[in-house]
Design a protein around this ligand. Structure first.
Ligand SMILES: [Ca+2]
Ligand SMILES: [Ca+2]
Ligand SMILES: [Ca+2]
Ligand SMILES: [Ca+2]
Length: 284
């Protein structure tokens, strides 16, 4: 589903000049009857990370938390992305941006997300783009954590490993309600009851996922983590994409990525929105 949208240059210029929203601002994106949004703030502490809501894809909110973490090669622990420097919410598209997550000028990051109303159920794509802004190769691990609660309840979900040639697919469910989640191109997963995966991502040690925790046959509060381990060449970028398909078939892995607003302003082109796929991302 290729699509090109042009956002109003004046809006972008205004946002860039005014440092758009308070760091703790929240927002949501909507397509048809399906909405994904951040509901509290962007703070992560031990065993507590960013709260989200995914509504309209079932009879209740299907998502409790969803957030992103990283560990640069040689680091002593994983770190959560902190309050974004940029937040944009426009219709079904949204973006969060970070100029310098480590404070050491190693990389910038841009999380684009897009929601779809599939008629029955709904889909959510998230694409974290990491730009290597250093002068050398960047070896980094990227993690996506999701606490989906199928049917709006945490304690009664099951999960199994699905089949997906494009990545790792985990099929979470409660009764007839389903919530497949895919980590495109991911190297590993970890599934655990709340909040063991999150505990590892927020503690002071190095943790790597090892494809453990499936199947979940005893109903419980399932949480899912994906890990990508990559080296990004100087001046280049990589995309890390996930999809939820709550009570809906999974869609083709394409998400509308909004380039960094700062870059668009510098180019004087306004905000050009481009569609990318994991295949294109791997070639980058
Ligand atoms: Ca939380
Ligand atoms: Ca859960
Ligand atoms: Ca449930
Ligand atoms: Ca850790």
């Amino acid at each position: 589903m290729s699509r090109i949208l042009v956002w109003k240059a004046a809006l972008v210029l205004g946002l860039a000049a005014l440092s758009p929203f308070p760091a703790s601002a929240i927002g949501s994106v909507t397509a048809g009857g399906v909405t994904f949004g951040y509901t509290n703030n962007f703070n992560t502490t031990t065993s507590n990370t960013v709260d989200v809501a995914f509504t309209g894809a079932g009879p209740a909110d299907m998502a409790f938390e969803s957030w992103w973490f990283y560990r640069v090669s040689g680091g002593s622990r994983e770190s959560a992305f902190a309050n974004p420097d940029i937040e944009l919410y426009d219709g079904s598209l949204g973006q969060l941006g970070w100029d310098d997550p480590t404070g050491s000028s190693l990389f910038s990051a841009s999380l684009s997300f897009e929601v779809f109303d599939s008629g029955a159920g709904g889909n959510l794509f998230q694409n974290m783009r990491i730009y290597n802004t250093s002068g050398a190769d960047l070896t980094i691990d990227v993690f996506h954590y999701s606490d989906l609660d199928v049917n709006g309840t945490g304690g009664s979900d099951r999960a199994s490993l699905g089949s997906n040639a494009a990545g790792i697919q985990i099929n979470q469910s409660e009764g007839a309600q389903t919530a497949p989640i895919v980590g495109y191109g991911a190297n590993a997963y970890r599934v655990s009851p709340y909040a063991q995966v999150l505990g590892d991502l927020t503690d002071n040690g190095v943790d790597n996922f090892a494809n453990t925790g499936l199947p979940v046959n005893t109903p419980q509060d399932v949480t899912v983590g994906f890990q990508w381990s990559v080296t990004i060449a100087a001046g280049s970028y990589r995309d890390f994409m996930t999809q939820f398909g709550s009570n809906a078939p999974l869609l083709n892995p394409t998400v509308t990525v909004i380039p960094e607003p700062g870059t668009a302003v510098l180019m004087g082109l306004g905000l050009l929105v481009l569609a990318v796929s994991p295949r294109a991302a791997r070639a980058a």
